[in-house]
Design a binder for this molecule. Structure first.
Ligand code: ZN
Length: 280
């Protein structure tokens, strides 16, 4: 495989302006950043939004505004989070993808203790409902796996038909409470995958680059952005998510591969073209 899907996750739920002044938090800023990343070559944008006070949120209006502003400018693939805040109602978590019909939405395949401070709950009834609503909405689940148990949950849901084959996995390594971001863990998870699966991985914080290199070496797709890592190098904040996109593009090209265009990413993931989908 010589096409690599590059997802950019510019915002996330946690970094604030006091962590890095460069993080985009409101719809206009997020859309500008995503458009700049698209121009730099990103295939897909993974979107979180914040409320008016810049706190993590699943506010539908913010998603709607952001998605509209991005779609007006480009055809980058869209991946909406379903986990933009903790303790929210199922319906609030699902409304953005059900209404806005992105290519992908996150399917966090289990519950965990989060950052030694709280719980990140994705209960069995929620996951069954989430899988069902994604099928009805023709939105592909990005199965996020923070530890090996979540992979086995996914295997169960694939057998049960809650998730459809071929699945797309995202290995999230280095979240406190999940698996550490080591190459050994990445290889272990990759070897669990069914052969028809597509997959991507990223490491949080300072393990961002080693996991990116290892993922490319193993034939996976990649993700960059301030959701996962705000530093370009030790002690140096990235001034834009574009810096991460451009670096990833250079690394991929040195490996003799190419970043997939949004359209190529849709084909690799077995997705219909956005224009062919019924948009509500
Ligand atoms: Zn996210």
């Amino acid at each position: 495989m010589d096409k690599v899907i590059l997802t950019v996750a510019p915002t996330g739920a946690w970094p604030m302006k006091h962590d890095t002044p460069y993080i985009p938090l409101q719809p206009e800023e997020i859309a500008d950043e995503i458009y700049a990343c698209y121009l730099a070559g990103a295939s897909i944008a993974h979107i979180h939004v914040r409320d008016d006070h810049d706190q993590a949120s699943m506010d539908y209006e913010k998603f709607e505004q952001t998605v509209k502003l991005v779609r007006e400018r480009c055809d980058i693939g869209l991946n909406l989070t379903t986990s933009g805040g903790l303790g929210l109602d199922d319906e609030v978590r699902m409304k953005p993808f059900m209404q806005l019909r992105p290519e992908l939405a996150s399917f966090d395949c289990g519950s965990m203790n989060w950052a030694h401070s709280t719980t990140f709950i994705n209960s069995p009834p929620f996951l069954e409902k989430l899988g069902q609503k994604m099928k009805e909405s023709e939105v592909k689940p990005e199965i996020e796996v923070f530890d090996a148990g979540m992979f086995y949950n996914a295997e169960y849901y694939l057998k049960k038909g809650v998730l459809e084959s071929p699945p797309h996995f995202q290995f999230v390594l280095g979240a406190p409470g999940g698996m550490a971001a080591t190459v050994e863990n990445l290889v272990y998870l990759k070897n669990l995958l069914p052969k028809e699966a597509t997959w991507s991985a990223f490491g949080i914080g300072r393990m961002h680059l080693p996991i990116l290199y290892a993922t490319l070496a193993l034939g996976g797709h990649i993700r960059v952005g301030m959701e996962d890592n705000i530093f370009y190098s030790r002690g140096v904040l990235a001034k834009s998510n574009v810096e991460f996109v451009e670096r990833a593009k250079r690394i991929v090209s040195e490996l003799g591969k190419e970043i997939a265009t949004p359209e190529e990413a849709r084909i690799l993931l077995g997705l219909k073209k956005q224009s062919q989908k019924q948009v509500m």
